[in-house]
Design a protein around this ligand. Structure first.
Ligand code: TYD
Length: 207
């Protein structure tokens, strides 16, 4: 099963994934975690270009294609082979980030992006997507306080609000795949909720 974690900046998804993976491994599942952009040697080099604060002149189409390039490599080198081995793959961001940021955020055509995403991923879409939902202003504040500020965080608040709206629109359009989690709750409450949703999904698959 392929599970992705999405959300605006500072939603805390990255810190939720490690304890979740440990918990699922204790339950006997074979779990692989990865992240975007990056997750492979080639992808990490692309990530460097994307995140560098000095790359302010990067055009949104360039940005889009670099995210897709990193993802194509990650899918073929890691995600697809792991799924074929029957492993559970947890991915920190995936194709929906491109729709949210480069689509809703930058205003690139969503239909075109979906076609490009099908191409880049070889039509691999997640079985389950958890949206860790946090108000964009609160998320950016958390991110700034954490000291880990990158080129995309530096986009305007209006941009991040469009990203947030985009996530909600996508979640509403496909409620079978998306589950929204209120990420303004305590860390433990969010972790418990994520565990419960994933175990339920795993059990219903084997039932
Ligand atoms: P990262 O430091 O990994 O942030 P986060 O913890 O929020 O995931 O930075 C990833 C940034 O790249 C984040 O701002 C979201 C953005 N992004 C896109 O714009 N498009 C994409 O397709 C992906 C995967 C990420």
């Amino acid at each position: 099963m392929f599970i992705t974690f999405e959300g605006p900046e500072g939603s805390g998804k990255t810190s939720q994934i490690a304890p979740l993976a440990d918990f699922l491994r204790e339950k006997g599942y074979s779990v692989v975690t990865t992240r975007e952009p990056g997750g492979t040697k080639i992808g990490d080099q692309v990530r460097e270009i994307l995140m560098r604060l000095e790359n302010t002149s990067m055009h949104p189409r360039t940005e889009t294609l670099l995210f897709l390039a990193a993802r194509a490599q990650l899918v073929e080198q890691c995600i697809r082979p792991e799924l074929e081995r029957g492993n559970l793959v947890l991915c920190d961001r995936y194709a929906d980030s491109t729709l949210a940021y480069q689509g809703y955020g930058h205003g690139n055509n969503l239909q075109t992006l979906r076609q490009l995403l099908d191409f880049a991923t070889g039509n691999l879409w997640p079985d389950l997507t958890l949206l860790l939902d946090v108000d964009p202003e609160q998320g950016l504040r958390r991110r700034r306080a954490g000291g880990d500020w990158n080129r995309l965080d530096a986009y305007t608040l209006a941009f991040h609000k469009r990203v947030w709206n985009g996530y909600h629109e996508m979640a509403q359009q496909d409620p079978q795949r998306w589950v929204i989690i209120d990420a303004s709750q305590s860390f433990d409450a969010v972790q418990d909720q994520i565990r419960e949703i994933i175990l339920k999904r795993l059990h219903s698959r084997t039932a």
